[in-house]
Ligand binder design. Sequence first.
Ligand SMILES: [Zn+2]
Length: 361
Amino acid sequence: MRNTSKMRKADIWSKDIVVQDCGGLLAENSDWEGDAGLLYMVNHVFDTNKALLNRTRPELRVDDIAFLVTAGTGRRAIAYARDGARAIIVEVGLIRALWTRAASIAHLPGVLANAFPIAEDIDQSWMAESCDSVPGMSDWDCSGDRAEYCVDLFLHMLEYVVVHEIAHHVRGHLKLVNAETGLHLIDETEARTSKTPEVSAAEGFLVQDLEFDADAYGLELSLAAMDEKHPFAMQWDQASATEWQFQLIFAQLMVAQVIDDARKADGAYSADGHPAPLHRAINYGNLVSRSLQDLVGGPLQAYVDMHAVAWSEAGYVAKGLSYPKGRWHDDHGKEMATGDYQLLEERYFASSRRIDGLSRG
Ligand SMILES: [Zn+2]
C-alpha cells in the first residue's frame, strides 16, 4: 500500500464538506501552478514552526495537525477538527491578499523610508487593494534589499496566521465552541464581522476571548519556536530584539488590516461583543513588546519607541492604501493612546483566565 502522508492527507480531507466549502484542496485544482510560489512559502512557514515546536513542545503534538491550503478566494483561515483529526484550513485568497500587501508595502515611498528609501515617483500602476493574480517580484520596481525585507514581512504575516490557528487547536478552543457535534471549527470571519456567534448568552464573551487567547498563545508559540532556533538567553541583544519586535507587530497589523473588511473609521468594539481587529492589534503589540523586554532585557523605553515606530509605519500603509482616517491611521501614521493599555491588558489576561477556567471544566 502506497501509504504516503500526502496521500493520507488527501484521502482524509479532500472530500470534507468544510474543505469543499473553502474551495477544495488547492493542490487538486487544475490551475494551481500560478500559486505554486505562495503555496511553497506558506507550507515552509508551517513546516518550520511545526518542526521547532515538535522539538521544544512535543506535548502539544502539533505534528498531527494537517495544513490545508484551499482554492477559495475569500480570506478565511480556519482551525478545524473532525472525528479527532485536526487541520488548519487557509484559503489561497488570504495568502494572495497578504502577498499583495507585502508588494504594496514595497512600493509605498512613505513606508520603511529610513531603512530602505525609494523614489517618490516609483511606478505604482499595478497596485491594487486585492488582486486575482500574484504580482511577480520581477515587476517590483525597487531595490533588492527593500524587496527582500518585504518578503520577510510576508513570511511574518504567514507565521502570525499559522501560529494563531495552531493556538486554537492546542488551547482546546474547538471543544469549547461546539463540543456536541464532533465537527469543530473556528472561522476567522466570524470573529471579525458582526455575525452573532452561535454560543449561549452565558458564553457571550467566548468568541472574543478565544481570539485574544489565540493571539496571546500564538505569540507564545512564536517565542518558543524562536528560542529553539536562537536561544534568547545566549544570542540576543536589545537591537535584535527590537528589530524582531518591529517585524512581529508590523506583520500582525498588516494581517489585521487585511482581514478588516469593514474598514471602519472608529476603533470601537462591535455591539455584539466581537473584538475589533484594532483591539486585537493593540493587545498583541503590547504583549510582544513586554515579552521581548522580559526575555532579552534593555530599557523599556527602547521597546516603547519601537512599538510606536511599528504603529506609525502601519499607519502610513493604511493611509497609502486609502483606509479611512481613524481606525488605522490619523494622517501622521498612527499613534496609540497609551492610557488605554492597562485596561486593555487586563481584559486580555481576563480572557485567557476564563478560557483556562472553561477548559478545566
Ligand atoms: Zn482565531
